[in-house]
Design a protein around this ligand. Sequence first.
Ligand code: SF4
Length: 236
Amino acid sequence: MKKELKIKEKSTERTNPLARVFDDFISFCQSKSLFMLHYCTGCGAIELPPAMTSRFDMERLGIQPMVTPRQADILLITGYVSVKTLKRVILTYEQMQSPKYVIGICSCTVNGGMYWQSYATAKKLNEYLPVDVYIAGCMPRPEAVIEGLQRLKNNIKNDRKEQKGSAWKDYFRRYDYYLGNQQHLFGDDWQTPTDIIAEAKLYGLETEETYGKHTDQLLKIQKPLLPQEMKVRMKP
Ligand code: SF4
């Protein structure tokens, strides 16, 4: 497939100084209004209620919880992720609209933490999804959570100059790498309802590393996923 496609990533560099000012203004606004998906995976989630409520008051930073992935900007992974949960995390991440950001809270997301030897947990989150910020600790206090969120906000605000707030682009640019790790964990028949390759083309983020033997495998087994059938049991 790579041989057939001559892919050149579209340049996003703006030459007009006014356009750059406009881009900076958009990034500034984005960094001031972030919705965080309310989806807690591990024990680190216990630090979120104090971080959100009156003592630390996360909302004063322009961050508030959101219940649906389609309107959320931040996916917060709050601790260890079992193989079963990771599937749901990936499904959720792929349904979020770009630009989207992932924060890994707790040492368990960095290297497996105290579950480093467990057969049932994923060890390094950034092998499966592009992680923007890690907040280490077992478990990190609300101050650390707020500090991590502040760092993400700064990365988004200064993205044009520092290129630190666009980890989400990596998922499209190196999709074959992420898909390979996912297939290794979930099996060769792993697929999600989201067409990442089509999205990569749409955003102009298709590179040679978008494709590889793992995307070839996906194309072989891919079939349209039907909406889950709901069977309502009738009372006899
Ligand atoms: S780092 Fe500690 S607190 Fe966080 S998920 Fe792992 S065991 Fe739980």
